[in-house]
Each structure stands twice: as structure tokens, then as C-alpha cells.
Design a protein around this ligand. Sequence first.
Ligand code: ADP
Ligand code: MG
Length: 342
Amino acid sequence: MARGELMKKLLASYGRDDEFRAVAELIIDEEEQKKNRVLARTLRRTLDNAVSSGSSSSTNASNAVEGSRSDAPRSLAPLLPFPDPASEYVERKVPTHALPDIALTEDNQEVIRLLVLEFRKGEEIRSRGLPLRSKLLFCGPPGCGKTLCAEVFAQEVGLPLLLVKLDRLISSYLGETATNIRKLFELARKQPCILFLDEFDAIAHTRQDNSEHSELRRVVNSLLLFIDRMEPRGFLIAATNLDASLDAAVWRRFDEVIWFDKPDRKAIADFVAMKFKNVERAFRIEPHLKALQGYSYADIQRVCIQAMRTAIVDRREVVSNSDFATAIGNEVRRHHGKKTRR
Ligand SMILES: Nc1ncnc2c1ncn2[C@@H]1O[C@H](COP(=O)(O)OP(=O)(O)O)[C@@H](O)[C@H]1O
Ligand SMILES: [Mg+2]
């Protein structure tokens, strides 16, 4: 996230400890990514001390200030160590995309807008005894923005994004790492973050496949139970390519279901125009709409990029109609190959 944006978020989160901590963590993350290790370490120590000076429940004892002062300023949320980013099944991702980068239907824009607002007013909503919508299910065909939206959403609410690699988590769970899962969910319960379970189909499939190892099914069911019981301080987002075939037992665990469909004609036209925002083109999009129908955003993006590449190879500044048509042909060929090989 741009530094200015982070600073704005930090100031805006004044008085809301959870959010403040989350933004501070993002700033430290950025410094780590930029390899400013000394600064990152100093910032983290400062943050940890600020946290532990007023909190006896801090789990990060090594950074705790000896003898907490009773007159210490109001402390931040207790610090929990994030799971090791190199850990096998969870990876922390710094969002690089924001709202203008994603094409959303009006309905989805509205759902996302409301979720962000509710999160901001979270304390108020909770104080009136109402729960927050915190478990979201993203459904839809591949390449239509589920993963991208998780990133954009993390950026909007200013929470760290933790990508959970379900296949690895499940197989590790089969071993003796049940405690790791527990830790992960404990973390999401205590520390605001976005826990993103991408490719959630893995779980749904396992439930449907009767031939599966019964131990594996047991594990998957326990994972679902965990999801059921957890109360994230941020969000739990699961993404799946499955639609109606998704088990009802899985559906009902989510507070909100958001659909990411393939673009219709208007959305295709807008998307291509957006992709060519900074690149000159000498063609109208309309005549190509029919050929592009049925393709995902990721497919259409590939067409645009291929057309741009062709123009560059030909040393032309302007992308021609034939560049675009050829790129579409290439995409059609790709998909045809996929179908016949099945
Ligand atoms: N709705 C969208 N708006 C803008 N770009 C998109 C959209 N959907 C997909 N893309 C592009 O395709 C890539 C892959 O999409 P992704 O979010 O991984 O799809 P999914 O998770 O639904 O399979 C994205 O990184 C982005 O470049
Ligand atoms: Mg995805």
C-alpha cells in the first residue's frame, strides 16, 4: 500500500486499538519487504513494548517491558505472534491491489462497501449486541476475481492478509499438526486479520467424495467445525469454484456469499477499455464482444496483454484491430485445446 495511504489509515484508526495495531503491522511488513530490517525491528519492538506495557496477557514475553506500569497508557490489543510466514500452510501477503484495479458488478460493489463500513463501525455494532458479518464465501468460475477481491478487501479494511494453503494444511493436519490449526484460528480470533482460505473446493470435494480416506474426512469435518465456532476479529474469507453443488453444510457457515461471475457484454467492454487506459488502440471493442463472451476476466486480460505484446514486437505504439483479433484467436485456441484434452 502506498505510504500515504498507510499513514492515513493509521491516523484514522486512532482510538481503535485493533485497527491501529493492524495498520502498524502493515507498515512494519512494508519495511521488511523493502529489506529495511533494522527499522522494521525497531518499529516492531516499539509496538510490542507499547502493547505489553499495559497488558499482562501479552504472549510475546521476550519483548515485554519488565514490571508493567499501572499508570501506563491504555494498551493496544495484546500481541500475538503471527505464524511464521515461511510456515508450510500460511503465507502473509501484502496487498498490492486496490478497488480501482478490480471490475465488480454494482451489487458486489455495494456489498463490499457495506462490509467495509460495518467493519469500521464494528465496536458500535457489537456494543449493541449485534454480530458482525465476518465469514464470507466467494463463489464463481476461475479467473473472475475471487482471489483479487480478497486482496483488495484487505487493502480497504487495512488488515493483514493471511493466505491459508488448504491442501497443505489438510495433509499436515493428518499428521500431528492439529495444534497448528488451532493456533491459526486462535490467532484470527484474537488479532484482526483476514484469513483467506483459497481453493476451498478442496474441502467441499473431500466431503462429497465417499471414497476418501475416512481419517481425511474426519479432519475436514473438524476443520469445518473450527470455522463454525471461530469468531474472527477481522474476516474469514473462503473462495471456491464450485457453485450449487457446494454442500449445504458448508454454505450455512458463512454470513455472506458473494458471486463472481464471468463478465457480460458491457462488463467486457468496460474491462477492455480499462486495460487499454494507458495504451493506444486503433480498434473498437464492440465488434469483438461476441467473440469474448463466455471468457473470464483473466482470459480477457490475457487477450489484451497478448495484443499489446504483438504491437511491441512489431515496433508499433498503437495496438491494431488485427493484433486484438489475433489475440482472441489465440485465446480461443487455448480453450479449445483444454476442452479436447479432457
Ligand atoms: N473482476 C476482475 N477485475 C479485474 N481483474 C480481474 C478480475 N478477475 C480476474 N482478474 C484478473 O485475473 C487474475 C486472476 O484472477 P483471480 O482473482 O485469481 O481469479 P479467481 O480467484 O476467481 O480464480 C487477477 O489477478 C486479475 O489480474
Ligand atoms: Mg483464486
